[in-house]
Design a protein around this ligand. Structure first.
Ligand code: SF4
Length: 337
């Protein structure tokens, strides 16, 4: 990503928190705890950039994406989109903003209404946002279908008549219909066959160039985001533990969790031997996350300090942010806040 683009922030997420309360009792229910799904995450996305957000299932990445769009209400923190504070917008202002921020869902089977034709599915946001109606809407639907590699006649068909890859193209077309600037791609290829994954990722890249789109690309696998991302943020148990340029992350991962994730990616060249880092145990519960560094119960490099003191998320040099006691901050660097 060009430096010029980096200086032009479209989305700024600051200290975002989402805790889901756990209640007990039916009539006089009281809160007895909280699922700490997202716990104080901070990052920016520049115009035209793709930021990959990666982590195991349950780490909070999808919740973060939904809080950014306010599909669920954040507990606290700031989400600034093009200068507007998303959590403080009224319903009407939010509806206006939804034209500019769209989402592509993970499940191309469950995310399309089986009773609606493809034309109605793609035309619905045009109707809701009063962007087109009648013949103009139909023309726009036909155009978008062709942009995503389908045909105009597909508008009359129903979702069950399509393969998984084609359905995901319909989901992409629905997101594109309102001419958005930011698209949150929530694991858009994880339900697809590997050969189809590459097609959909290539399509997303072509669309990004053609329509000047910005992506937050959520995935549970570092190999999926490698191709499409400019920078990558790695999440563990509600926290971002590492964030840097894609090339730097794959060449020089600094956080032990990122190192373990990268070691699990199969190497295409059989002459290259790499040591697989096997993490012990399961991911702890986000209801009661470990004190200190949340990764300490599974970290192969754990030290005493890790069990009690939470590491700060600091710039270790050239914008390579890491939260680990083993990685010192660069001289004069600030923590991300
Ligand atoms: Fe491992 Fe400690 Fe670093 Fe956490 S702070 S990743 S436990 S070395």
């Amino acid at each position: 990503m060009a430096e010029a683009v980096r200086q032009d922030v479209l989305l700024s997420v600051k200290n975002l928190v989402k805790h889901f309360p756990i209640r007990q009792g039916i009539i006089f229910s009281k809160q007895i705890g909280a699922v700490q799904a997202v716990d104080d995450i901070t990052f920016d996305i520049q115009k035209g950039e793709t930021l990959g957000l990666v982590g195991e299932s349950g780490c909070g990445k999808t919740t973060a994406g939904r809080c950014i769009l306010r599909l669920i209400e954040p507990t606290s923190g700031q989400v600034i989109f093009d200068g507007k504070d998303v959590p403080s917008l009224s319903k009407e202002e939010l509806r206006e903003l939804r034209k500019e921020m769209q989402i592509i869902f993970q499940d191309p089977y469950g995310s399309l209404n089986p009773r609606m034709t493809v034309g109605d599915i793609i035309g619905e946001p045009l109707h809701i946002h009063k962007l087109a109606k009648g013949a103009e809407k139909e023309k726009r639907v036909r155009e978008i279908l062709e942009v995503v590699g389908l045909s105009a006649f597909h508008a009359r068909r129903f979702p069950h008549e399509f393969s998984g890859g084609q359905r995901q193209r319909i989901g992409i077309a629905r997101a594109l219909a309102v001419d958005p600037r930011l698209i949150i791609c929530d694991e858009p290829v994880s339900a697809l066959d590997v050969s189809i994954q590459a097609q959909v990722i290539n399509l997303l890249q072509d669309l990004q160039t053609e329509f000047d789109l910005t992506y937050l690309f959520i995935a549970h696998d570092l190999s999926v985001v490698k191709h499409i991302s400019d920078r990558v943020a790695v999440m563990y148990l509600g926290k971002i533990v590492e964030l840097t340029d894609k090339t730097e992350l794959y060449r020089n991962p600094k956080h032990p969790y990122t190192q373990a994730l990268l070691s699990a990616i199969p190497e295409a060249d059989p002459t290259i031997k790499k040591e697989r880092i096997i993490l012990k145990g399961d991911v702890p519960s986000p209801i009661n996350p470990p004190q200190g560094c949340r990764f300490h119960t599974r970290c192969p490099k754990v030290m005493d300090i890790c069990r009690s003191v939470e590491p700060e998320f600091v710039d270790s040099g050239h914008g390579h942010f890491v939260a680990c006691h083993l990685v010192p901050a660069a001289q004069g660097a600030q923590k991300m806040a």
